[in-house]
Write a protein of this length. Structure first.
Length: 110
């Protein structure tokens, strides 16, 4: 039961962090000015054409939260517990991958 509550909280924190403005992008404008943008990991994934990583993260978060809710509401099968644990681990791994990819990605401007 504690793992279920922790799983829900961790996944909510993952989604909040992915939507915070963590990165600052700077670019030289034709007038010679430097322009700054404050972007979240989700927006950097979209700019770098890698939004599929965020959609995979959303799917893993959904599976983890649903399986945790099932356990909280009384479903006590081993399959649900295994799905919860696997989806929580996969969600954490995907969060780390997204943070690494967004820190090393460069925007594609056309």
């Amino acid at each position: 039961m504690l793992l279920s509550i922790l799983s829900i909280l961790v996944n909510v924190v993952f989604l909040i962090v992915l939507n915070l403005d963590l990165y600052t992008d700077r670019a030289m404008m034709p007038t010679g000015d430097i322009r700054e943008w404050h972007r979240s990991p989700v927006s950097r994934l979209a700019i770098a054409d890698q939004s599929i990583l965020f959609y995979i993260q959303l799917a893993l978060v959904a599976v983890s939260i649903v399986s945790s809710a099932l356990i909280l509401f009384g479903v006590r099968t081993d399959i649900v517990r295994k799905i919860q644990l696997i989806s929580l681990i996969a969600s954490a791994v995907m969060f780390i991958v997204i943070m690494i990819v967004t820190s090393n990605s460069h925007a594609k401007y056309a």
